[in-house]
Design a protein around this ligand. Structure first.
Ligand SMILES: CC(C)(COP(=O)(O)OP(=O)(O)OC[C@H]1O[C@@H](n2cnc3c(N)ncnc32)[C@H](O)[C@@H]1OP(=O)(O)O)[C@@H](O)C(=O)NCCC(=O)NCCS
Length: 152
């Protein structure tokens, strides 16, 4: 059975490849490495055998952290891995002294909005025109979590 792992610098090329598959403005490998080397970037992942099938990337600057991105390969969605990735990232942040987690998400991304809401994130604001898409722009909603996952 697959489980969530804290990924290392050596895993970042696979993370960057998954990121590029899923997002229109992906972080490059160099961005991941630079952030990792400065001790700010933590990435958790799930493997199926040797293959990385999902990840969550976070900036951790206690007492705050930010979820940058997360993605699961389509064939592995709706199996609870997304929930497990967010929970692992939040628990890891808590151990490092984080007490609040922020994120931005496309408000039309129901899978992600539902996932974050189910884990205790609440909407606190909106960034108009934050995402560029072929149809123009889309708003991002800002969410934060101070849930039980963040309490020591
Ligand atoms: C968002 C994403 C990471 C969720 O991963 P996942 O492994 O499928 O999530 P889980 O199986 O843990 O789902 C947990 C909960 O999230 C919600 N959810 C997940 N997918 C959903 C969907 N397609 N529609 C509605 N709600 C959904 C549900 O509440 C679900 O709980 P349930 O299965 O008990 O109903 C995945 O859909 C994905 O990779 N999407 C593309 C990339 C993306 O949008 N990333 C988010 C950027 S902020």
């Amino acid at each position: 059975m697959s489980c969530v792992l804290l990924l290392s610098r050596a895993d970042l090329s696979e993370v960057a490849a998954l990121e590029a598959e899923h997002f229109p403005a992906p972080w490059s490998l160099e961005q991941f490495q630079s952030s990792y080397d400065r001790g700010m970037c933590r990435v958790h992942g799930v493997r199926d055998g040797a293959m990385l099938i999902g990840y969550i990337s976070c900036l951790v600057l206690p007492p705050e952290m930010e979820i940058l991105n997360m993605a699961m390969l389509p064939a592995f969605r709706r199996r609870g891995f997304g929930r497990a990735l967010v929970t692992a990232a939040l628990r890891g942040g808590t151990v490092m002294g984080v007490s609040i987690c922020h994120l931005e998400v496309d408000e039309t991304n129901l899978a992600a909005v539902n996932l974050y809401s189910a884990l205790g994130f609440t909407r606190i604001g909106r960034r108009r025109g934050y995402y560029h898409c072929p149809q123009g722009t889309k708003d991002a909603i800002l969410m934060t979590c101070e849930s039980q996952y963040l309490k020591p």
